[in-house]
Design a binder for this molecule. Structure first.
Ligand code: ADP
Length: 217
């Protein structure tokens, strides 16, 4: 269990806070808009109405002990950047921030923000990917064009070996695990026969992963 700060309780900030709370974490939520705070006050561990461009107001919020503070202010560039500067000066070590443009991203990165998030863009990529490969349930970018993906095996693959739905490129592809109902096999053998109801989790370069897509059809 950890403590997180979320600054800006718009759609993205509120949704992220809910998810963190569901995962059992503590969340301090801050917004200058009374209504946005009121809507979340009952579920948040702590909430505050404050203008985060005011360093003094930010200081009073006791955010320095948070594992990560997420700056979820997108539209108001000036407020987002000032908030990051103030968080740095009050000693917050790990800052994540939402960016809404390329220049916003560049400045945040120069200010030393650990992770810059483009929610709309990331969501767009996710949607496009899942339309392109409907068997991909979930995927996570690992950077440098590597991805970890979860794939559902359809019944039409019954009787095939795991090898038949894998890439031969062992340098750029790893079959991590196979899930069958509640049973999980890590590093599954390539000789395993599929029943057609499994879920596979694999990691690999985009090229290697794309090369297996035709085998899954
Ligand atoms: P979203 O698309 O996630 O709704 P917005 O950028 O529209 O993102 O919303 C960001 C939230 O940040 C809003 O609720 C807004 O009131 C809040 N916000 C903007 N500026 C400040 C500020 N200076 N101090 C505190 N909260 C702010």
């Amino acid at each position: 269990m950890a403590e997180f700060g979320v600054i800006g309780l718009g759609r993205f900030g509120a949704r992220t806070s809910m998810e963190l709370l569901d995962l059992g974490h503590y969340v301090i939520g801050v917004d200058s808009d009374e209504k946005a705070v009121e809507a979340m006050a009952e579920v948040l561990t702590h909430s505050a109405i404050a203008d985060v461009t005011d360093e003094k107001a930010l200081q009073e919020l006791d955010l320095a002990n948070c594992e990560v503070v997420l700056v979820a202010i997108g539209e108001d560039l000036q407020a987002s950047l000032l908030c990051v500067l103030h968080l740095k000066s009050i000693g917050v070590k790990e800052i994540w921030a939402k960016a809404t443009s390329k220049s916003h991203h560049q400045i945040l990165s120069k200010l030393g923000v650990s992770r810059i998030i483009h929610p709309e863009e990331e969501m767009g990529i996710r949607v496009a990917q899942s339309l392109n490969y409907p068997m991909v349930n979930e995927y996570m970018s690992l950077g440098h064009n590597w991805f970890c993906v979860e794939i559902s095996i359809g019944e039409y693959l019954k009787g095939k070996k795991l090898r038949d739905v894998s890439s031969e490129d062992s340098e750029f592809f790893h079959m991590l695990l196979l899930k069958k109902r509640d049973e999980v096999t890590t590093n599954p053998s390539m000789d395993m026969e599929l029943e057609g109801n499994e879920t596979l989790v694999m990691a690999g370069s985009l090229k290697a992963l794309k090369s297996i897509a035709p085998k899954l059809k």
